[in-house]
Design a protein around this ligand. Structure first.
Ligand SMILES: [Zn+2]
Length: 310
C-alpha cells in the first residue's frame, strides 16, 4: 500500500511498539491473505468471525488473527489435566470464548512477552504466569486507548471489527501475574510437560516454550516470518543474538517451530539460518533496503528482519 501520508503511519508505529508489521508494498497486505502456508491448513469448527483456529498438532490449537496487521497467533496447548494458553492476542476478538469452546479443563495463561498484541486478552483469565522483569511489571498495568488506537485503525484492519467492538474504546486491560516463571520452569499439563526458555532480546521478558518430548518449540517474537521487529527501545540486539544462538543449538532436536505471528508451523532449520543471517548483517555482508520510516529491512529466503539504521 503506498503511503499517502507517512506521518500518521509513523506516529502509529511509535505509539504501539508492537511486533510484526508486514512491509507495506505496492499491494495491500490484505490482498495477500491468506498466506500460502496457511491456505493449506484446515480451519476448525472453533473458528469465528475474528479468529481462524487450526489444530496444528494433536491437542494444540493455533488461534490466529489474520485480519489485523500484526497477524498474531496465540496457542492453546491441552494436556490431560489442564491447558495452557500461550498468549492472548490483541484483545479485539473474544479469545476466552474461543478457548472455552475448545476445552472444559482449567486454563492458565503464559505470555511469550508483554507486547500489546500478545497480552490483549489476559484480563479475561483467572491465572497468569509471567516473568519477573520490570518490563513485565510495567506492561501488566495495561495501555490506554491512545497507545493502542493504531491497532484498530482502518490501516491496521482488513475487515470491520467484530460486532460490539468499538474502536474508540479499545484499550489493553490491566491484569495480575499470579505466579512467576524463570528459565527452566516446567509446566506439567498432565501428559505434556512444557519448559520455559528465557530468550531476552526482542523484549527483556521474551521466552520460548519447549515441549522436548514432541520436538516442539514456541518461539514467540524471537522468530516469525516477519518482518521480525528489532528496533523498539526495549529490544536489546546483543541479547537477541545470544538467544537466537541458544535456540539454533536446539534446532536439530526439534520437529516444528510455532511462531507468534504469520504462520503456525515452521521448519526448525530457520533458527540456524537466522543465526547466520544476524552474523552476516553484523559483518556488513548483506545489503538492507531502507524503509520509509528510517529503518532498514533485510530480506532472506525464509524471513525478513527490520532494524534501526546504525
Ligand atoms: Zn513483540
Amino acid at each position: 500500500m503506498p503511503l499517502k501520508n507517512p506521518l500518521p503511519f509513523l506516529i502509529v508505529i511509535l505509539l504501539t511498539t508492537a511486533c510484526s508489521q508486514p512491509v507495506k508494498n505496492e499491494t495491500s497486505w490484505c490482498d495477500q491473505l491468506p498466506r500460502a502456508d496457511n491456505a493449506q491448513l484446515e480451519k476448525t469448527q472453533f473458528s469465528d468471525y475474528w479468529f481462524d483456529v487450526y489444530e496444528v498438532q494433536d491437542s494444540i490449537f493455533a488461534i490466529y488473527e489474520p485480519h489485523q496487521v500484526q497477524e498474531v497467533i496465540s496457542y492453546l496447548i491441552i494436556g490431560k489435566e489442564s491447558a495452557l494458553l500461550f498468549d492472548t492476542g490483541n484483545g479485539i476478538g473474544d479469545i476466552k470464548n474461543v478457548v472455552d469452546r475448545i476445552t472444559g479443563l482449567p486454563i492458565s495463561v503464559l505470555n511469550s512477552h508483554s507486547h500489546l498484541d500478545h497480552v490483549g486478552g489476559n484480563a479475561s483469565f483467572d491465572f497468569i504466569y509471567g516473568m519477573d522483569t520490570e518490563f513485565t511489571a510495567t506492561r501488566k498495568k495495561g495501555l490506554p486507548h491512545e497507545r493502542v488506537a493504531g491497532e484498530v485503525s482502518p490501516d491496521a484492519l482488513c475487515k470491520p471489527l467484530p460486532e460490539g467492538v468499538v474502536a474508540e474504546d479499545h484499550i489493553i486491560r490491566p491484569y495480575e501475574i499470579d505466579e512467576y516463571v524463570a528459565d527452566g520452569f516446567k509446566i506439567d499439563l498432565g501428559n505434556r510437560i512444557l519448559e520455559v526458555i528465557s530468550i531476552p532480546g526482542h523484549t527483556p521478558d521474551a521466552i520460548g516454550l519447549l515441549d522436548k518430548e514432541n520436538g516442539l518449540l514456541w518461539t514467540g517474537d524471537t522468530f516469525y516470518k516477519g518482518a521480525i521487529w528489532l528496533f523498539a527501545k526495549e529490544t536489546n540486539l546483543d541479547a537477541y543474538k545470544n538467544s537466537v544462538k541458544r535456540l539454533a543449538a536446539l534446532s536439530p532436536s526439534l520437529k516444528h517451530l510455532l511462531p507468534a505471528h504469520n504462520t503456525p508451523l515452521v521448519d526448525p532449520k530457520v533458527l540456524i539460518e537466522l543465526d547466520e543471517a544476524l552474523d552476516e548483517i553484523e559483518r556488513g555482508g548483506v545489503k538492507g533496503k531502507d524503509s520509509t520510516d528510517g529503518r532498514v529491512n533485510y530480506t532472506f529466503d525464509n524471513f525478513t528482519i527490520l532494524m534501526n539504521k546504525n
